[in-house]
Design a protein around this ligand. Structure first.
Ligand SMILES: [Fe+2]
Ligand SMILES: [Fe+2]
Length: 276
């Protein structure tokens, strides 16, 4: 079976390309399950209930988040009521949201989804390694296909999580840096791993934000608004193939869909002019 994790969706451009491309990508790539990190989907910070509805209606089966999870107050009730959106598992117990989700893929396989935050260069949180062990222990034993989104800044943090979970989960895939890494592989005991699956949104930017604004603030220390950029929209993610009877990964590959490719995915085939 085949699972796609879409990297951090940034703002309207990111949401738009996901909604446009995912229905066609599900068919073209024979995807059984689509998971998306949507922590930056609401104007670059957080997620709103309306964006949650748009993404799930487009064919995103499960949503992970990260350090921007609570930027929009209105998402908090939804984090408690919906079963296919998770908070970082190493956030405080009293923080709104569930620590894992079990969603059913198109082939009928139940898939466990967990998100954990790293601790290097990030806000202090509980140990992600013990948190993921605890949540995996609570997951039904017959859920063999399990994906962990490791939302972290440092590649070392992510590699350690990959090795910690190798053979115990199907995939450990990174998010948060908004930059795709070229290290995708299946680890020795059958866990697909990649430090970061990249960003879905405007790539003519600084991590999705307007270059001029971020540069101005960096150079002058004067606050500006880091508006979401507009150009070179791409959907970035990673596809994992696995055996649903064992939960072991068999292949991993990066996916990039440009705006032009996304447009072509949904274009009806044009009638060719007959040759005279
Ligand atoms: Fe993040
Ligand atoms: Fe992000």
């Amino acid at each position: 079976m085949r699972i796609l994790l879409i990297g951090d969706i940034v703002g309207k451009p990111g949401v738009k390309i996901v909604c446009q491309a995912v229905p066609a990508l599900r068919l073209r790539e024979s995807l059984d399950l689509v998971i998306a990190n949507a922590e930056n989907s609401a104007d670059g910070s957080g997620i709103s209930p309306s964006i949650y509805k748009k993404l799930t209606a487009a064919g995103v089966d499960c949503i992970t988040l990260g350090d921007h999870i609570y930027r929009r107050n209105e998402i908090r009730p939804l984090l408690e009521t919906e079963s296919n959106i998770v908070k970082p598992a190493n956030y405080p117990e009293s923080a709104p949201g569930r620590t894992s989700a079990v969603v059913t893929a198109a082939n009928g396989t139940r898939v466990g989804v967990i998100s954990v935050m790293g601790r290097v260069f990030m806000r202090p949180v509980d140990c992600p390694f013990s948190a993921v062990d605890r949540v995996l222990g609570e997951m039904p034993e017959d859920v063999l296909v399990r994906l962990v989104d490791v939302h972290a800044e440092a590649t070392s943090d992510k590699q350690l999580m990959g090795r910690h979970l190798d053979g115990r989960v199907t995939a450990v895939l990174g998010t948060h840096t908004h930059v795709t890494t070229a290290d995708e592989r299946v680890l020795p005991n059958g866990t697909a791993f990649q430090c970061d699956v990249g960003m879905t949104g405007p790539h003519e930017s600084i991590l999705g934000r307007r270059i001029d604004r971020v540069l101005e603030t960096t150079l002058t220390f004067q606050p500006t608004h880091f508006d979401v950029a507009t150009d070179d929209i791409r959907l970035c993610g990673t596809i994992v193939d696995c055996d649903p009877s064992t939960g072991k990964a068999t292949a991993i590959r990066r996916l990039v869909v440009s705006q032009a490719e996304s447009d072509a995915l949904v274009q009806p085939p044009t009638k060719e002019t007959p040759l005279m």
